[in-house]
Design a binder for this molecule. Structure first.
Ligand code: BES
Ligand code: ZN
Length: 651
């Protein structure tokens, strides 16, 4: 537990002491006005869940008293210090007052060293008292600011911690070019508070401006109006005129160049990756166009991609105007570009219409998964569409096999839990399947019209599951009472599992794989007899993922020798194969396994591999690889996987 406050913040203590600690005295603990403050003060967050169930629209993952004040604009001025691994500067927040009283303004922070706070109205700012509350493991630390009457802005001087949960600082060695350091942020779900003090809840939207000061040879980019022509002079100015939730605030700094892919689309990457990335993702402009045709105009001006180093913990992150993308999807044959379709689709589902709380994540991810499939169909055709859907269904089945019932609910209760730990295929694939059923029932054209209207109706708003349901009741359900039922919709959203008779997407291209896999398993044919010449990536993945739990050493060696699986350059294929290798103790693949897990920090890959190592009696090996890889991993990857390996966890 941290001390309550803080003329001497832990990290700044030396500095503050040297400076004579000129910070104002902290305010005495204010009256708890806010649900999170009140509950956290009384009991740890993870005990908050009660029998009543969560209240729709209430964000249990923020301390901010959004019913008293609503931040509307952020002005950020930050210097990037690669030696100290800190961002340092000022965040100025302009807010609207929603109450007549003058309660303290409560913001979210995590491991921030707050140096001074001013508040005021217009240009008139004065130093004010502030205090930091108790640190909560999941939520961080509330910052309470005593405001002068009529104040409508605060200016907070602060430094981030080198261990900020939402920032990864990379050594040159971890980049493609190996010459320059690299920095990127990852704010979703609740990590923006580790690099900016703000109301860190998706229920609040802000516009922002930023000045970012970097070493001169590097370029800064943000989820804002990037200018590829900007002079590399160490000072970058940004404006984000469309209001966004805090989890979409994003910054990256590195040796980055730009290449245009289309009129509105382009890619930022380290120089050595630029051409390959631009080629791999050259269909991005077409994806944008086909999606606009169905769901209405793209509302964010440009759509660019930023290719990150392989330690990026996700496949992609839909930061507006600039999706952050793992380099592990540059396969050379566009086989993994559904990821781009996915991040692009978030420009409608998620960024335009946003989940109000993390319980409503399925409104973001389920809708986006549905849209992704539609983009893939429109750009690459029916067969690809069906295969993508069938693989998604397989992922869903796998997750439903080993999750508790309560985690299979779309609007799942995440109170008291770390939103990162609740991550699964349920919001994605079950959410998407639900929309697919609606489409099947009312007809595609009608459903498209519904979604187009939905995006327009709620554009630039944050909504809860219940807001969506109310809208559905007033629209589609009224229009098609003979085709839809409120009970069934309720079951999809609030019950575990799938409703009886839910759609089960299949693919003919996969149906052709099943018999040959079986013949080989039965010893009727050799691996070399299988005609794989026309197989797509998806068919390979399906072939491997459908293998039984146990294979013999001879079978493993035959597969590997015939198809070169251990050496596969496609990271998804390599992953599927390595999962088979781990559970069957296929040692020839272990050097590749280690290289893969050390070189790639994408959680979708490393987490199941660590789990499987542990479950298959190889905890020592998991530990050894983890300790070797850890210095290069993102804080989130470290946290999630050390739970698996060392067991200090909620999951
Ligand atoms: N927004 C997510 C990533 C995310 C979700 C970060 C929740 C933190 C909390 C992103 O759009 C995403 O879903 N990425 C997927 C890709 C996808 C094709 C399913 C990923 O990274 O694997
Ligand atoms: Zn997503």
């Amino acid at each position: 537990m941290l001390p309550r406050i803080l003329c001497t913040g832990l990290l700044a203590s030396a500095l503050a002491l040297a400076a004579g600690c000129s910070k104002p005295e902290p305010v005495s603990e204010p009256e708890a006005t806010d649900k999170a403050v009140a509950e956290t003060a009384a009991e740890p967050a993870r005990q908050k869940a009660d029998s009543k169930g969560p209240e729709p629209g209430v964000d249990y993952h923020s301390f901010a008293n959004t019913e008293d004040y609503r931040v509307e604009h952020l002005d950020l001025d930050l210097a990037v210090d690669f030696d100290e691994k800190v961002l340092e500067g000022e965040a100025k927040l302009k807010f609207k007052r929603l109450t007549d009283g003058n309660p303290p303004l409560v913001l979210d922070t995590r491991d921030l060293d707050i140096q001074a706070v001013k508040a005021g109205h217009g240009g008139q700012m004065e130093a004010v008292k502030f205090s930091l509350g108790e640190k909560d493991d999941h939520l961080g630390t509330p910052l309470k600011i005593q405001l002068p009457k009529n104040a409508t802005s605060v200016a907070i001087e602060y430094r981030t911690s080198p261990d900020a949960s939402g920032v990864q600082w990379l050594e040159p060695q971890q980049t493609a070019g190996k010459q320059h350091p690299f920095l990127f942020t990852q704010a979703q779900a609740i990590h923006a508070r580790s690099f900016v003090p703000l109301q860190d809840t998706p229920s609040v939207r802000i516009t922002y401006n930023a000045t970012i000061r970097t070493p001169e040879e590097l370029r800064a980019v943000m989820s804002a109006d990037n200018d590829p022509q900007a002079e590399k002079d160490g000072v970058y100015e940004f404006e984000m005129p469309q209001p966004i939730p805090s989890y979409l605030l994003a910054l990256a700094v590195g040796d980055l160049d730009f290449k245009a892919m289309g009129e509105r689309t382009g890619v930022y990457a380290e120089p050595s990756l630029l051409d390959a990335a631009a080629k791999e993702f050259e269909d991005t402009e077409s994806m944008l166009e086909v999606n606009e045709k169905v769901y209405g105009p793209y509302r964010w001006d440009r759509y660019d991609l930023l290719i990150l180093p392989p330690s990026f913990p996700f496949g992609g992150m839909e930061n507006p105007r600039l999706s952050f993308i793992t380099p592990t999807v540059i396969a050379g044959d566009k086989s993994l570009v559904a990821l781009i379709a996915h991040e692009l689709a978030h420009s409608w589902s998620g960024n335009l219409v946003t989940n109000a709380t993390w319980r409503d994540l399925w409104l973001n991810e389920g809708f986006t998964t549905y849209l992704t499939n539609r983009i893939m169909q429109n750009v690459y055709g029916d067969e690809r569409y069906k295969m993508e859907m069938a693989l998604g269904y397989a992922d869903l089945e796998e997750d439903m096999a080993d999750r508790p019932d309560s985690d299979e609910i779309l609007a799942t209760d995440v109170r008291g839990r770390d939103p990162d730990a609740v991550f699964s295929n349920i919001p994605y694939e079950k959410g998407s399947l639900f929309l697919y059923e609606l489409e099947q029932k009312v007809g595609r054209e009608n459903f498209d019209q519904f979604l187009l209207d939905y995006f327009n109706h709620f554009s630039f708003q944050s909504i809860s599951t219940e807001d969506f349901l109310n809208y559905l009741n007033e629209t589609l359900l009224k229009q098609y009472p003979d085709k839809l039922s409120a009970e069934r919709i309720h079951e999809w959203i609030y019950e575990p599992g799938l409703p009886e008779g839910a759609p089960h997407p299949t693919s003919d291209a996969f149906a052709r794989i099943d018999p040959v896999r079986q013949q080989w398993l039965d010893g009727e044919i050799a691996a070399g007899d299988i005609d794989t010449s026309g197989w797509t990536f998806h068919q390979w993945k399906y072939f491997l993922d459908g293998m039984p739990e146990k294979l013999s050493d001879d079978q493993l060696a035959e597969l590997d020798e015939t198809f070169g699986l251990t050496e596969s350059k496609n990271n998804e294929i390599a992953f599927s194969w390595l999962m088979i290798a781990v559970r069957n103790d296929y040692q020839p693949a272990f050097p590749r396994l280690e290289e893969f897990m050390v070189g790639i920090g994408r959680n979708k890959f490393v987490r199941p591999l660590y789990r499987s190592l542990v479950e298959n009696g190889k905890r020592d090996m998991a530990e050894r690889i983890f300790e070797k890889a850890k210095p290069g991993y993102h804080p989130l990857t470290v946290k999630v996987n050390s739970k698996i390996i060392y067991g200090d966890s909620e999951d």
